[in-house]
Design a protein around this ligand. Sequence first.
Ligand SMILES: Cc1cc2nc3c(=O)[nH]c(=O)nc-3n(C[C@H](O)[C@H](O)[C@H](O)COP(=O)(O)OP(=O)(O)OC[C@H]3O[C@@H](n4cnc5c(N)ncnc54)[C@H](O)[C@@H]3O)c2cc1C
Length: 305
Amino acid sequence: MDPFAPFALTLPVRRDVPLKPRTTWRIGGPARWLITPVDGAEIAGLLAAWPENLPRVILGGGSNLLISDKGVHGAVMDLTQGMNRIYTITESLIADSACLVHADAGATTQALAHFARRLGLTGAEFLAGIPGSVGGALRMNAGAHGGAIRDLLVEADLIDPAGGIHCLPEAALGMGYRHCGIDAAWIFTGARFRFRPDDPARIRERMRAFNQRRRRSQPLAWPSAGSVFKNPLSGPLAWELLDRAGLRGMRVGDAQVSEMHCNFFINLGQATAREMRELIDRAQQTVADHAGILLEPEIKFVGWE
Ligand SMILES: Cc1cc2nc3c(=O)[nH]c(=O)nc-3n(C[C@H](O)[C@H](O)[C@H](O)COP(=O)(O)OP(=O)(O)OC[C@H]3O[C@@H](n4cnc5c(N)ncnc54)[C@H](O)[C@@H]3O)c2cc1C
């Protein structure tokens, strides 16, 4: 039976859609259903009538996910297709000369960074090298080069699992290092960010410097999901712990700990989710045995239940 039949006329719903191409790891099985909503009201209506016991996964840019080989036996909601507007809220130019920008949750963080750059607005330079969507970045509190998305965030639009619509200020979201305190079942649909004016040439120069640093230190030619593990709150960084435990270059099938950056695990071509998961588990156990530290995965596991 088609649980989405009541929505079929108004909402794009597709069956048995491969998810592998929608992840930066190029790994994972299909989605039983794939839904691509165009706005928050549509999502709210859908959630209010959600079929009981049907699993639901929110997909952004797929740059921080390990989807199982069997895929998602439920519905995947992809916000990147129909919800990706970015615009300034001109009437909200604030007294301290900051400027407010709205981004839909499905817009890419890179588009947001370049939108701000083109308008001579500083603050999002660090986002230019982080793949994925605004919604995913909010869920992960994505960050780099000393910045994180919460630093720019004024307020976010969310939908709760019953379909209730909320607008919450940054302080209510419980954001910390690669963490958001909002229940994982809530969906970000958009957010407002605060930027300050700066010389566009200087903004471009900072972006260029950040991206160069990435190209020098990260295996960007290979499919990956960025850093697999979070850094411990103090002491050595995750990549140092992985390196000291002798994991650099370790392989399980086509899944490999990058020779270039030990916290990036790369897909050499045909890696399966099972192989990547085994590599992650083995790396975690080896570091625990070697250094007595249990590294916490930064990436999210989807469809493994
Ligand atoms: C080459 C490379 C470099 C990277 N560098 C960095 C870096 O420097 N810093 C960093 O922080 N990360 C980095 N990452 C990881 C990743 O890009 C970020 O975590 C990114 O913000 C994830 O966004 P996404 O849209 O791809 O999320 P996805 O991978 O699609 O999803 C991640 C999680 O967010 C949830 N989610 C997605 N959208 C929503 C939504 N609208 N509402 C609620 N939940 C949602 C998903 O269900 C999932 O739990 C890197 C990844 C790669 C491949």
